[in-house]
Design a protein around this ligand. Structure first.
Ligand code: FAD
Length: 397
């Protein structure tokens, strides 16, 4: 058995893949054994998933084969699902094997948070993975086909999106663009289709610039989105949702896009969490577990006012870089770096050619903001796969 330290990275999302790519670059030959574990043999571009979910793009365009990203001479890739993390004996149990580690990076992404709303887990769909968005797309198309057979069932043409955060807003923007196309394809009167975006907070995109939010809501309202802001979904049923004081919205499609919690694997490992997310130390490690790092949606990162940042791909990517640096530094007994989030901006798409955003502190709307959104996507492709990936996927995104 070799004495080379073993680094195991769980999850090839934004945080995990960036950690792996940086380790591949920074580690010297035989300095560590690095293993990357992921459920699928591809990395998916989560920030693009609202498009295949609505059917305005193909799911295949949001995925990149992991073997095309990593150098398999330097990193072992294991396609498997993690079922348990055992910190006491430094082991990870996979559905089909066991891995031991000296250093662990947890980057398995979050899970939908339903805040205990009855029926939400059972009856709503989520935009979380390639498989979940394939299901949403097929389901939506099927509702149009069903309506043609049972024209009294207008609930087949009613779509409820719970949550007007970034995911909810980007999805309704795409779906509003797709609906006219579906109406044409299935000979359905567009007036019969209802697309609700329901949000419990007093505003859409809570915490975002109010002027941009106003602009975004106007654009989406013009496209036919019906906003119910300040309205809580009380229950999700097989027939739709119950909102506010008991009003029923009958809908055959409910998409829940209102919250993310940490992955249950972490609390099941006995690690202390808040809604499943870990309050990591300034070097991204789990308190009292100096050999375990958490990156991405499972970590809690606080702003200077002490409030947690919403989980984003941007934070996950920046954490991946620092995590890799700190792993290399630990192995070399060098000082670790503290993580500091540098917010370069946020852009939310509102469908084709429209977006709102703040980039380097400046506000943008319309086609300019949409251009930034595309530039951010292309920059990401460049970071993970260089020019070849940009050439292959850049035009599509
Ligand atoms: C529709 C949508 C739009 C978004 N838009 C933006 C945006 O514009 N900008 C932005 O910054 N953020 C955006 N986000 C948020 C962003 O996508 C997440 O914050 C980011 O993906 C988190 O990265 P992560 O590294 O934590 O893990 P993820 O990217 O979630 O990846 C986790 C990986 O772990 C794998 N995995 C999960 N469980 C297991 C297991 N048990 N075993 C093995 N592998 C496992 C998964 O298959 C996946 O590959 C958006 C999210 C959504 C859903």
């Amino acid at each position: 058995m070799s004495n080379i330290p073993k680094i195991v990275i769980l999850g090839a999302g934004y945080g995990g893949i960036l950690t792996a790519l940086r380790l591949q670059k920074e580690l010297n030959y035989n300095e560590a054994d690095v293993t990357l574990v992921n459920k699928h043999d591809y990395h998916y571009i989560t920030t693009h998933l609202h498009m295949p979910a609505a059917g305005t793009d193909r799911a295949e365009n949001a995925r990149v084969s992991i073997s095309k990203l990593i150098d398999e001479f330097k990193i072992d890739f294991v396609k498997s699902t993690v079922v348990q993390i055992r910190t006491q004996d430094k082991k990870v149990i996979l559905e089909d094997g066991t891995l031991s580690y000296d250093y662990l990076v947890i980057g398995v992404g979050g899970e939908p948070e339903t805040f205990g709303i009855p029926g939400m887990l059972e009856y709503a769909m989520n935009i979380r993975s390639l498989n979940s968005v394939r299901l949403i797309r097929e389901h939506i198309e099927y509702q149009f086909a069903r309506y043609k057979r049972e024209p009294h069932r207008t609930d087949y043409l009613t779509f409820v999106v719970g949550g007007a955060g970034f995911t909810g807003i980007e999805f309704v923007g795409e779906l509003a663009d797709r609906i006219p196309e579906l109406c044409k394809q299935f000979d359905v009167d567009p007036q019969l289709v209802k697309l609700y975006n329901i949000e419990a907070a007093p505003t859409a995109l809570p915490g975002f610039d109010p002027e941009l939010v106003e602009y975004g809501m106007q654009v989406l309202t013009k496209k036919g989105v019906i906003f119910r802001i300040g309205t809580a979904i009380k229950e999700c049923t097989p027939d739709g949702v119950i909102v506010g004081e008991g009003e029923e919205i009958r809908a055959a499609t409910v998409i829940w896009a209102a919250g993310v919690r940490g992955n249950r694997l972490i609390e099941e490992a006995g690690i202390e969490t808040m809604r499943g997310r870990v309050k990591i130390d300034e070097c991204l490690r789990v308190p009292n577990h100096e050999n375990i790092y958490v990156v991405g949606d499972n970590s809690l990162v606080f702003n200077p006012e002490g409030r947690p940042y919403p989980p984003t791909a941007q934070i996950a990517m920046q954490q991946g870089v620092v995590c890799a640096h700190n792993l290399v530094a630990s192995i070399r007994n060098q000082p670790l770096k503290q993580f500091e989030f540098k917010n370069k901006g946020t852009v939310a798409s509102l469908g084709k050619g429209e977006a709102i955003g703040i980039v380097f502190g400046k506000k943008y709307t319309g086609s300019k903001a949409a251009w930034f959104k595309k530039a951010i996507d292309i920059r990401y492709l460049y970071i993970i796969g260089g020019i070849p990936l940009v050439v292959r996927k850049g035009k599509i995104l």
